[in-house]
Design a protein around this ligand. Structure first.
Ligand code: ADP
Ligand code: MG
Length: 256
């Protein structure tokens, strides 16, 4: 079982420090929720984990099974088993969902072994169909251009489908609930729960408690001003639902 350990992580964007010493550890099979007010650096954490070049790590470590991954490129991190479902997925017109996923899968196979043959179309279709059934997605969806004209819910489902296909060890879901109606939320959550039931570790980033009615985390963390300031069990999310973030601001705001 793999472990992701974040130690004293400091991250700057364009010279401005956003993450200010963040600590977190997650193992495969665990579900962690990170909640916090807007602008506290939740997405910054997600991007820094994946190695987005605009996010500069100025201090601290990101360890995957003890190995520091800070100097690794995004595709290397992905091959280790990290995955990020974006808050705002981009569209690629002209590339179908199926083509995109097959290309991603084959790129991974070749990176692992340059001699490897690509997955056959037949084998791929069978695999994709299984994943789409799991996520209760209509197979016709695979023939559409990636995110092109997708509703918010369809974009999020496409992200989860990508996750199911690439089978990461640790996945970060950044505001996967935004733009989802209740039905879509339930389907996406079921998909995540099914995948997490195996050996997937999940970091669910969300502003609202609502998603956590469907994806049940064992650990809930509150992020504020670039740090994790409180960590507890699911009760912490209920406390946020009942009392909002004001008490967090009062307790942890600079100079408070
Ligand atoms: P959250 O996801 O918690 O709402 P973000 O990580 O998106 O927070 O943003 C944290 C802070 O970093 C905000 O003050 C935001 O304005 C700033 N920020 C985020 N992305 C960029 C960027 N690409 N360039 C400059 N500032 C950014
Ligand atoms: Mg965000």
């Amino acid at each position: 079982m793999s472990t992701l350990t974040i130690k004293n992580l400091h991250v700057s964007i364009e010279g401005k420090e956003i993450l200010k010493g963040l600590n977190l550890e997650i193992k495969q099979g665990e579900i962690h929720a990170i909640m916090g007010p807007n602008g506290t650096g939740k997405s910054t954490l997600a991007y820094a984990l994946m190695g987005h070049p605009a996010y500069e790590v100025t201090e601290g470590e990101i360890l995957f099974d003890g190995q520091n991954i800070i100097s690794m490129a995004t595709d290397e991190r992905s091959r280790l088993g990290l995955f990020l479902a974006f808050q705002y997925p981009v569209s690629i017109s002209g590339v179908t969902v199926a083509n995109f996923l097959r290309t991603a899968l084959n790129a991974r196979r070749r990176a692992d072994n340059p001699e490897a043959k690509g997955i056959s179309i037949l084998e791929f279709r069978k695999m994709l169909k299984e994943k789409m059934d799991l996520l209760k997605m209509d197979y016709a969806f695979a023939g559409r251009y990636l995110n092109d004209g997708f509703s918010g819910g369809e974009k999020k489902r496409a992200e989860i489908l990508q996750m199911a296909t690439l089978k990461p060890k640790i996945a970060v879901l950044d505001e996967t609930d935004s733009g989802l109606d209740i039905d879509a939320l339930r389907i996406v959550s079921d998909g995540v729960n099914t995948l997490a039931d195996g050996d997937l570790g999940v970091i669910v980033i969300t502003h609202y408690q609502r998603l956590l009615d469907y994806i049940k985390p064992q650990f809930v963390h509150i992020m504020f001003d670039g740090r994790i300031v409180e960590s507890s069990g699911p009760d912490l999310a209920l406390r946020l639902e009942a009392h909002g973030y004001d008490w967090v601001r009062e307790k942890y705001a600079e100079g408070a």
